[in-house]
Every structure is written in structure tokens, then in C-alpha cells.
Design a protein around this ligand. Structure first.
Ligand code: ZN
Ligand code: ZN
Ligand code: FE
Length: 768
């Protein structure tokens, strides 16, 4: 062989999710197998490889990077260049990390325990037998334990644990599955669990997990410290236990999620189609909403009046151990008081949850960033996000940028998330929640800080809601010397769809939700828009109606029912009919609300579709009070007789706003149906069909005016399966292309991303 002649050397830059996922050992092993020499190194931008060998081997090497990388990795080959071969370079080595301050490698989300680790977890001969912190480069905590980049052990909450010689040798061995697995640990050197009573006093036991399992078998409520925070767990097949949890948590009716041991168990309780199975068992292990099957095992109190179970499979080693207990399923709900963030610290958990949990299973691996469980459902065979957090964040969403600088968007007031945009990627944070409570606001501030550090964001603009009084807007206003862009809520909803699908305007946008501050200072909530990324024109809405008591009307659907009755029948007739229909509400309260409406006292006008669902639900006696968000609407959807095809009359008129979908003819028809004894299931169905028909008409009329065939749907109302599928089918049948959020939630969880998309477009325009 003539040395040197056939040798090539290439420098390859790789970005994407490549750190802490077993990528370097994979590179090392692939290179060695192909007889290549050179090196691989982590940089803060990703991974750099120099590979030397025959050109055919280098080509195979590149193909392997693309097609055979480890499961959690998501490598992108950024560039390569040819270098002069280095004489005497005969081996392939893994070099120490190099730090480049300008770019950062992507941090990966937390990942469920992998099959290899599971085998070891249950192998009595293994040194990690029943060790609740077992992990490897293919699984384990990531985002929740990272303090800073690059992703190296000292930059995680595992930094305080020194590896024992055995763990260290695994960590240093490129051929080992734990090579540079940053959270690597064993019972000798790693974190441990302990059990306490509800005052935080340790309970003496050899096996805290076995003890926890038997307490759960007895029906006790346990606070379990997991990956992203504490769960409250109780067996799901015991009415008394579930009821006790509801009482202690002051949670009357909102569904709880359950954890089951495996897919086979899940199938006993729910219809699990192929997509749901895939989703349930992927590395993110989200809660998946699956249609219930009638069974006498699970307590009906777990998810009263819902057609779905929120199901998840075990994702941390501790869950796998506990789920061996003698119970069919556990309720696993976020360990928090309502409207507070999920607890992630031992002391604070005891302080805040001691009235709820009987015992605490704690550990000493700190959770730096709290992360709730993510929630998804399957819609038309594809996943649809409902709450985006653990297992998904901080994976960025790529979108076509128009401006070059970094942007921060601070999101909505409810279901808050924040988004940073950097290069052509949007990093939307985990679900933060309602910003009304002070601890949630604190969590919001910390998330803004932490996420910026991880991705090295240096925002030159901040985007916020148009509403002047909400705390995220107030916070945005504290930034000095950078652009402040205010974005209307429903425009942000539609822009989020445009960003996710890279749509250019104009599109026909329908944004339907509970509440969003409108450009005319009224409360919007069912808007027909012509939308571009940088601007919009309001082209129509649902007919506006008074919302007596403002926010109180969102909590008490019966107030909306009174409003629709008064505005449809006049005050006198409404006052005669209302007490008959709204049976649990005292006459005096109805009268007081009717007077507020008549005199326009504290009764702001709204075009909210969410409120219309509330009002109809109350009118037919289903739900008078929302004990959780959208309860009345969910119960109305659950009541629908899906065989009913008839719809209430759709009447669209035209006024200075544009096309108006009228409410009065709907209310008249519903009253007639109630009075002739038509069943609720029929009324609920005809109402849903009315909404589908009404919104389709609005979209079709605007599409033909604009000569476009692109429709974007967004807003919490579309989490209603019947509405979304009805509208998608109707519009597609008429030749329109329909887009909606799937990677991000359809609800206000996508608002920060939408704000960022709008700000990006506005600032790019300004630069020209
Ligand atoms: Zn593993
Ligand atoms: Zn060890
Ligand atoms: Fe909204």
C-alpha cells in the first residue's frame, strides 16, 4: 500500500442534541470500526470531529452519523472541510471538552429509563439492583438537573456527588454505556431516598421504597419526589382514597392523571390505538389522554365526567419499583396547592403539602428546574400537545427567522410559558402556569433567567401582551434600551400556528378561546382575522355579549346564561325563565346579575366563545360553577350525542367589526328545545354542530374574499375534539388547507411563541 495517497482528513462540525446522549462514544466506536483515526470533542456548540482514513470509510462514517446515532441524539452536520492528513495519526481518541463562548450545544430533555437500565434495575446480581437513580447515556435526568452549559457533571445537581471508582471507570470508558453519563451513580456513591412522615421526620426503614409501596397499597397519600418535582400519589381503585385526596387538595372535579405499570394494564382501562401506544412509550413519557373503557376497577372519582383517562407509564426508576405494588394504577398528580408551581424542594414540599400527604418519599438529587408532566392526546392519528413540559423542553422549534437578534417573549397571563428566539430556533419554556400567584410569578422570573443561561440568549427585543395590567406585560416593560413589542392575544395565537408551520400571510385565522384583551379594549375570544406575521385585520367575531361581574363570569357559567337570556328575551321574560333553568341558583342572585347587565355595571362586552360554551352548559343545567378551568365546556362536550347531525341556526350579519356570528337565534332555538323536553345530549350536539357550521362559514367567506386557501385555527376552544375535527373536516372538504398547533399547545401555552413570531416580523420590517 502506498501510504498517504488514499488518505483523507475531514473536520466535521455537528450541532443539535449531541451532548449527554452517548454521542461521542458512538462516534468513537463508529470511527474505530471503520479504521479511522482522529478525534472527537465536545464543544459548547456541539461536537467537533476530525476523521482520517480512506474516503469511502469517511463517507460511511458520515452516513452512520446521520442514520445510526443513539436514540436520544439528534445530530445535525453543520459543515465539514478537508484538512491535510496528519502523519502518524493512527488512533481515534476522545478529547476533553472545548469551550466556545459564542455558541452552545443543545440541552436535551429528561428521558425515561431505557430498557438496558431496566434489566439491571431488576437483576438481583447487579450492583444497581433496585437503585432508584440508575441511568446511562441513553436515559435519565437532563434539563431538570442542569445548572449551566456545557453539560458536564460539575454543571449539574450531581456535581456534589463524587463517583466511586467503579462508577468512575464506567464514566471514563468510551466503550461503556455510561461513558460521560453525567448523572451516573450507584448506591455506593450516588443519591439516595428516604421516607418521612408529614412533618418531615425520617421513618426508620431498611427499604423506603418497599415501605412506600405498602403504604400506597393501604390507601395512604404519598408525596413522591420524582424527576421534575413532587407527585401526590394514591391508589386509583379506591373511592375513599381518591376522595380523601380531592378533599385535602381542594380539588372537586378536575381529572387526575394515573400511572399504570405497562401498556397491557393501560389497555384494560382505555382504548389505546397505535399512535397512543407510541406516544405513551416514547422517551418523553407524557400523560396521554385515552378514551375510557367501562370497567369496575378504577374509581370514577379519578376523572369524573371526562371521556378520557390521562395515562402515563413509569418513567423514573423509582416509578418502576413502586408500580410493582398490588394496585392496578396510581393517581399521580402534581404535588402543589392549586395555582402554585409544582414543589421541587424537600423542605418546601413538607411545608406546603403536609396537609395533603401522609408521607413523603424524598431524595437528595436536587431538581434545579421544575417540570410538570407533559400532556398530549392523539388527534387524527397524530400527537397534539396540551401541556408542554417534561420530556419535551428544551427542544427548540425551528422557524423561518426574519430578524437576526435574540428575542424574549413573556407570554400570556394564564397557562404561561416564555420563549426565547435565537438564530432560527424558538426555545419555549416548560408550562409555568397562571401568573396570578406570587410563587408562580417567582417561577416565571427564574425560568426567564435559567433558560437564558442555558441557551446563552441575549435578547435585543421583548414581546408581551397588549393588556397593560397583566404581570408579564409589566415585567416586559422593565427592560430598558431594547425594543418592546406589544402583541394582541389572538394575533399571537394565529402567529404561533404560522410559526410552527412556516406559513406566510395572509392567512384566514380563527382564534377561539376564553379571554384575550382586544385592540378595541373589549374582551375578545372568537375572532376572525386576516393575519400576516407582523399585522392583522379583525374581520369578524362572535356577537358580543355582557360578561356580568367580569372575571366572576368565567368562574360562574350561570352568569353567562343570565346574560344570554336577558339579551335574547329582554329582562322581564328572562327573569321569569331563568330561575326555572338555573335551578341551584337563588332568585336574588339571578336578579342582581340581570340588573348588572341591564345597567351595564361591571359587565364588559365579550366575544368569547369559551363563555358561550359556559353559558349553554349552565342553561341546560349541566354546570353552574367552574371548579376548574373549562369545566362547563368539557361537561358540555361529554354530553354530546355524536349521532345527532342537526345544528342550531347559523345567522351571520355584517357590522362595523365585520362578519358577526349571531347568538340570539341560537339561544331562542335552545330555549324552544328545552321547553319541548329535548334531551341534553341532543341540545349539546346541535350546539357543537352550530359552532362548527358557524366558524366554517366565517372562514369560508373570508377565504373567498382574500382569495387564499390557508386557514389557521388556534385557541383553547379547539382542544374540544368535536369542534376541531368538525371544522377541519368541513373546511378541508371545501378545498381549504387547515393548520393548527401540534408541537405547541393550541391553548395559551403557545402565546409566548406567537408573540415572538410577531415581534420577529415587526422588527425585520423596521430594519428595512
Ligand atoms: Zn439507561
Ligand atoms: Zn458509584
Ligand atoms: Fe387564548
Amino acid at each position: 500500500m502506498i501510504l498517504g495517497l488514499s488518505l483523507e482528513r475531514r473536520k466535521i462540525l455537528i450541532s443539535g442534541a449531541v451532548q449527554g446522549v452517548g454521542f461521542r462514544p458512538f462516534i468513537y466506536n463508529s470511527a474505530v470500526k471503520l479504521g479511522l483515526s482522529g478525534y472527537v470533542a465536545n464543544t459548547s456548540a456541539g461536537v467537533t470531529v476530525e476523521a482520517q482514513g480512506r474516503s469511502t470509510s469517511i463517507e460511511s462514517f458520515l452516513r452512520a452519523i446521520k442514520n445510526r446515532h443513539p436514540p436520544l441524539a439528534n445530530p445535525k452536520i453543520v459543515s465539514w472541510e478537508n484538512l491535510l492528513p496528519v502523519a502518524d495519526d493512527r488512533s481515534f481518541i476522545i478529547r476533553d471538552s472545548q469551550i466556545d463562548e459564542n455558541h452552545r450545544a443543545l440541552i436535551t430533555p429528561d428521558a425515561a429509563t431505557c430498557p438496558d437500565c431496566l434489566v439491571e434495575l431488576f437483576d438481583p446480581a447487579n450492583r444497581r439492583y433496585r437503585y432508584p437513580f440508575i441511568n446511562c447515556t441513553n436515559c435519565g435526568p437532563r434539563y431538570t438537573i442542569i445548572l449551566d452549559v456545557p453539560y458536564d457533571r460539575p454543571n449539574t445537581t450531581m456535581g456534589t456527588f463524587e463517583m466511586c471508582p467503579e462508577c468512575r471507570s464506567e464514566y471514563d470508558d468510551p466503550s461503556d454505556r455510561r461513558f460521560h453519563a453525567q448523572p451516573n451513580a450507584c448506591p455506593m456513591c450516588g443519591p439516595h431516598v428516604w421516607l418521612t412522615d408529614n412533618h418531615g421526620n425520617s421513618i426508620d426503614t431498611d427499604d423506603p421504597i418497599a415501605q412506600t409501596t405498602s403504604l400506597l397499597e393501604e390507601g395512604r397519600i404519598i408525596a413522591l419526589k420524582g424527576l421534575g418535582g413532587f407527585h401526590l400519589a394514591v391508589r386509583a381503585d379506591c373511592d375513599a382514597a381518591v376522595n380523601e385526596l380531592r378533599n385535602r387538595k381542594y380539588r372537586k372535579a378536575k381529572a387526575f392523571a394515573i400511572m399504570v405499570q405497562n401498556i397491557e394494564t393501560a389497555r384494560k382501562f382505555a382504548t389505546i390505538n397505535e399512535s397512543a401506544e407510541k406516544l405513551l412509550s416514547n422517551f418523553s413519557r407524557p400523560i396521554v389522554l385515552c378514551p375510557k373503557i367501562t370497567n369496575d376497577t378504577l374509581s370514577l372519582l379519578v376523572a369524573p365526567s371526562s371521556r378520557f383517562w390521562g395515562i402515563m407509564l413509569p418513567y423514573a426508576p423509582m416509578h418502576h419499583l413502586i408500580m410493582k405494588g398490588r394496585f392496578p394504577a396510581l393517581v399521580m398528580t402534581s404535588g402543589n396547592n392549586s395555582d402554585e408551581p409544582i414543589e421541587n424542594e424537600n423542605d418546601s414540599a413538607v411545608e406546603n403539602l403536609n396537609g395533603i400527604a401522609d408521607f413523603f418519599l424524598m431524595h437528595n438529587r436536587d431538581i434545579y428546574t421544575r417540570c410538570d408532566d407533559s400532556v398530549l392526546k392523539v388527534f387524527q392519528a397524530e400527537p397534539l400537545m396540551i401541556r408542554r413540559a417534561r420530556g419535551y423542553v428544551p427542544t427548540p422549534i425551528s422557524f423561518r427567522r426574519l430578524w437576526t437578534e435574540d428575542i424574549l417573549a413573556v407570554g400570556a397571563e394564564l397557562k404561561n410559558t416564555i420563549t426565547y428566539v435565537k438564530d432560527d430556533q424558538a426555545f419555549t419554556s416548560q408550562h409555568i402556569g397562571n401568573l396570578i400567584g406570587s410563587s408562580n410569578y417567582e417561577n416565571f422570573l427564574r425560568t426567564i433567567e435559567k433558560l437564558a443561561a442555558l441557551i446563552d440568549a441575549k435578547p435585543r427585543a421583548v414581546a408581551c401582551d397588549l393588556h397593560p395590567a397583566i404581570v408579564s406585560t409589566r415585567f416586559a416593560e422593565t427592560y430598558r434600551h431594547i425594543h418592546l413589542i406589544r402583541v394582541q392575544h389572538h394575533h399571537a395565537h394565529i402567529a404561533a400556528v404560522m410559526g410552527e408551520h412556516n406559513l406566510e400571510g395572509p392567512v384566514v385565522g380563527i382564534a377561539a378561546d376564553g379571554i384575550g384583551f382586544g385592540s378595541d379594549n373589549t374582551i375578545w375570544g372568537c375572532e376572525l382575522l386576516t393575519a400576516w406575521k407582523d399585522r392583522f385585520v379583525r374581520q369578524g367575531s362572535l356577537e358580543q355579549m355582557p360578561m356580568p361581574g367580569g372575571d366572576a363570569a368565567a368562574r360562574q357559567p350561570w352568569r353567562m346564561a343570565v346574560s344570554y337570556l336577558v339579551k335574547t328575551l329582554g329582562c322581564d321574560k328572562a327573569l321569569k325563565l331563568a330561575p326555572e333553568l338555573l335551578r341551584n341558583i337563588e332568585d336574588s342572585r339571578i336578579k342582581a346579575v340581570a340588573e348588572m347587565i341591564e345597567n351595564s355595571i361591571n359587565s364588559p362586552l365579550t366575544s368569547s366563545l369559551g363563555r358561550l360554551f359556559d353559558g349553554i352548559s349552565a342553561l341546560i343545567g349541566l354546570c353552574m360553577d367552574n371548579t376548574y378551568e373549562a369545566q362547563a365546556a368539557i361537561e358540555l362536550e361529554d354530553a354530546v350525542d355524536e349521532k345527532e347531525n342537526d345544528a342550531y341556526p347559523v345567522k351571520i350579519t355584517y357590522n362595523e367589526t365585520g362578519l358577526i356570528l349571531e347568538i340570539r337565534p341560537l339561544i331562542e332555538a335552545i330555549i324552544r328545545d328545552i321547553q319541548t323536553g329535548i334531551e341534553n345530549s341532543t341540545i349539546a350536539a346541535k350546539f357543537h354542530n352550530f359552532v362548527v357550521a358557524g366558524l366554517s362559514r366565517l372562514a369560508q367567506e373570508l377565504a373567498s374574499d382574500l382569495a387564499t386557501d390557508v386557514v389557521a385555527l388556534a385557541g383553547g376552544v379547539f382542544q374540544n375534539d368535536l369542534i376541531l375535527s368538525g371544522l377541519v373536516n368541513t373546511l378541508e372538504r371545501s378545498g381549504l388547507k387547515v393548520y393548527f398547533n401540534r408541537e405547541l399547545p393550541l391553548n395559551d401555552g403557545a402565546i409566548s411563541f406567537g408573540q415572538a413570531v410577531v415581534a420577529d416580523a415587526i422588527l425585520a420590517r423596521g430594519d428595512k
